[in-house]
Design a protein around this ligand. Structure first.
Ligand code: CA
Length: 228
């Protein structure tokens, strides 16, 4: 069964999550500090990390960075934040969190999200039928190699920006509402603000340079990739 590392300093919450995950058949380990989390991630080799952002020693965002540093396999992370920690939420997504939940959350909902992220992760490097390449003028997205180039030059995207661009390239000429993007790219449909979608679109466009102009804003609705 998949291994989940819970990083949480609130003992009651950690115990509740541990109990529920074990009931669902997961192997579970718990770390109560950031330092312990980094150490446990190396030895326990979790398939997913549930990461509280407010830890007594190191910030959760820093834990995420340390855990992923030098690891060939990108471990999925679901970040847990307290309500109102907007800065951390945005930072968390930039750091490649695969999802996040806001406290207080329902355990049932969290379980669904964990399964959703694990399913998405196991399915991700799967070669697609079209040789895994999606293109638009000046842009090539290689899903197998997880690479994007603009005019032949590699562009470094976060996991989220990559999924966002891939979603657009797969649906040229079709309007994507923010809600659709939230559910298809973020894999969730609540708690994340539509402003976050705008922020990430803006960043993705900047990274793509002039080639990014193909992502059109449909005012009041969402976005669309201009069909070439
Ligand atoms: Ca905490």
């Amino acid at each position: 069964m998949p291994r989940i590392l819970i990083v949480e300093d609130e003992q009651d919450l950690a115990s509740l999550l541990e109990y529920n995950l074990k009931q669902d058949g997961f192997e579970v380990d718990v770390a109560r500090t950031g330092a312990a989390a980094v150490a446990r991630a190396r030895s326990f080799k979790p398939d997913l990390i549930l990461l509280d952002l407010m830890l007594p020693d190191i910030a959760g965002t820093e834990v995420a960075r340390l855990v992923r540093e030098g690891e060939p396999r990108r471990v999925p992370i679901i970040m847990v934040t307290a309500r109102g920690e907007e800065t951390d939420r945005v930072k968390g997504l930039e750091l490649g969190a695969d999802d996040y939940v806001v406290k207080p959350f329902s355990v049932k909902e969290l379980m669904l999200r964990i399964k959703n992220v694990l399913r998405r992760d196991s399915g991700e490097p799967k070669p697609s039928s079209a040789g895994g390449k999606l293109t638009a003028p000046d842009i090539v997205l290689d899903a197998d190699r997880h690479e994007v180039t603009v005019k032949g030059k590699p562009v470094v995207l976060t996991a989220l920006e990559f999924r966002l661009l891939k979603t657009f390239l797969e649906r040229p000429g079709r309007v994507q509402t923010r809600e659709t993007l939230l559910s298809d790219v973020w894999g969730i449909d609540a708690e994340i603000t539509t402003r976050t979608v705008d922020t990430h679109i803006k960043r993705l466009r900047e990274k793509l340079g002039t080639a990014g102009d193909i992502i059109e804003t449909i005012r009041g609705v969402g976005y669309k990739l201009t069909a070439p």
